[in-house]
Design a protein around this ligand. Structure first.
Ligand code: NAD
Length: 462
């Protein structure tokens, strides 16, 4: 059964009121948005409110007869945040901790990410509350089919296009395509979902795209001088948290670019070796045993310790809220490149900014995934298959352009704080004094302005 929910104002949580950092991802996304909107004084208050709220929230509940013969009920969410710049786009996550607020946050980050990258999509995200570690492949296939069938016409090649995320893969995308195709026979349904297997319309380079985009963005940022005396990933020491699609391929591509991977982790813990780890051996060990932990010639570290190891580049590639107000002061990396969505909280952002540690924000640094998803969608519509070099070449152009745009936007804002302050006063806007922004705020400002411009050019209906 599908329930279409409207948005209500989130309550102030007790812990936030008590001075403890509020880790609700949706509250964080709203805080980030509100902060960024202060730097765009020309935006009308009603437009700001419209851009902040999701267009549509769908909650589905369905039963599945699982492998053990039991009937279990599952809850799934699909949030469409914005379709101003194109159809909704965003992954589907399977995880026991999925909540509606997490999906709402992730959907809004997709809107800003697509705008930063200048790909013609809006933002969306989905999730099913389930623990894939306790389910069989057949269970997961049935959950996927039932979820997609229940979403019905709320997804489509021109309305809302899913993709992989945590605990979903190319195989899951093949099931999504197949289910949707059964519901719409006789049509070219390949563009309804991206991240598909290459022999079912998937794009070459999509599997690696999130990590490759992260590498391209990091390389460009270093060339632009973001970190003193470090102008390349070649020779840099790298720590990667999370060893799935984003993390393990980031370790591979950074290593192939000449970096030394000194620590990696997954949900069961981490391993470290200051002389360097063999990313392929770690992957093989994870495939054989379920974890990177236990790889010979590596010291075991906890995920908390791993984040605070001295290194040049820290790549969080697992889940949200791992770099927080309570551990940001201990981070010893010189640059953070966010392959995951939402790994750094606003309190941590402030601390890292004050400490001079740049953070390449998720809505830029992990946007390679959605960018190659866009390429896949175009190939599906045109019935084409581009070779991998072409895909990677186009990704490089997009990542460099977006990285430059965000770095330039940061400089523009920070050089015009007095002007912005005067504009705010002219419009009678009250609030705290404007402070210099970090790269996340610069990316947000760029994205919000782009979405607002298109909203106004299209004209507010009717
Ligand atoms: P995945 O399921 O392939 O891998 C997730 C990895 O994180 C696994 O190795 C898991 O063991 C590890 N992990 C889970 N909990 C952890 C914890 N508490 N500490 C350390 N490691 C933990 O998922 P993925 O697709 O690689 O996604 C990872 C992150 O990248 C997510 O934030 C996702 O939203 C983001 N992302 C993914 C894509 C994509 O195309 N797959 C695109 C953009 C962003």
């Amino acid at each position: 059964m599908a329930v279409h929910a409207t948005e209500s104002e989130p309550p102030v949580p007790a812990e936030a009121a008590a001075g403890v950092e509020d880790l609700n991802p949706y509250h964080i996304a709203r805080r980030q948005f509100d902060h960024a909107a202060q730097y765009i004084p020309e935006l009308k208050a009603g437009l700001v409110e419209f851009l902040k709220r999701p267009d549509q929230v769908i909650i589905v509940e369905f039963p599945i007869q699982t492998h053990d013969g039991n009937v279990r009920n599952f809850v799934g969410y699909r949030v469409l945040h914005s379709t101003v710049r194109g159809p909704g786009k965003g992954g589907i996550r399977y995880h026991p901790d999925v909540t509606l607020d997490e999906v709402r946050a992730l959907a809004s980050w997709m809107t800003w990410k697509c705008a930063v990258m200048d790909v013609p999509f809006g933002g969306a995200k989905g999730g099913v509350v389930c623990n894939p570690k306790q389910l069989t492949k057949d269970d997961l296939r049935m959950i996927t089919r039932r979820f997609i069938a229940d979403l019905g016409e709320n997804i489509g090649p021109n309305t809302d296009i899913p993709a992989p995320d945590v605990n979903t893969s190319a195989e899951t995308m093949a099931w999504i395509y197949d289910t949707y195709h059964m519901m719409h026979p006789g049509e070219n349904n390949l563009p309804v979902v991206t991240g598909k297997p290459v022999d079912i319309g998937g794009s070459l380079g999509r599997r690696e795209a999130t990590a490759r985009g992260c590498l391209f963005c990091t390389q460009r940022a270093l060339e632009r001088g973001l970190v003193s005396a470090l102008d390349s990933v070649r020779g840099a020491t790298v720590v990667v948290q999370g060893y799935g699609n984003a993390g393990s391929i980031a370790a591979q591509l950074f290593a192939e670019a000449g970096a030394r991977i000194i620590a990696v982790s997954d949900s069961r813990g981490g391993i470290a070796n200051p002389d360097g780890l063999d990313w392929a051996a770690a992957l093989k060990h994870k495939r054989l045993t379920g974890s990177v932990v236990g790889l010979p010639n590596a010291q075991v570290v906890s995920n908390e310790e791993l984040l605070t190891l001295p290194c040049d580049i820290l790549v969080p590639a697992a889940l949200e809220n791992v770099i927080r107000g309570d551990n940001a002061a201990d981070i010893k990396a010189r640059l953070v490149a966010e392959a995951a969505n939402g790994p750094t909280t606003p309190d941590a952002d402030r601390i890292l900014f004050e400490r001079g540690i740049p953070v390449l924000p998720d809505i830029l640094a992990n946007a390679g995934g959605v960018t190659v998803s866009y390429f896949e969608w175009v190939q599906n519509i045109e019935n084409e298959q581009w070779d991998e070099e072409e895909v990677n070449g186009k990704l490089l152009v997009k990542m460099n352009r977006a990285t430059d745009a965000v770095i330039n936007e940061q400089a523009r804002i920070n050089q015009s704080l007095d002007e912005l302050k005067a504009q705010r006063e002219d419009r009678g806007i009250e609030g705290d004094a404007l402070k210099p922004v970090d790269l996340r705020m610069a990316a947000y400002v760029l994205a919000i302005r782009r979405v607002a411009e298109v909203t106004l050019k299209r004209g507010i209906w009717p």
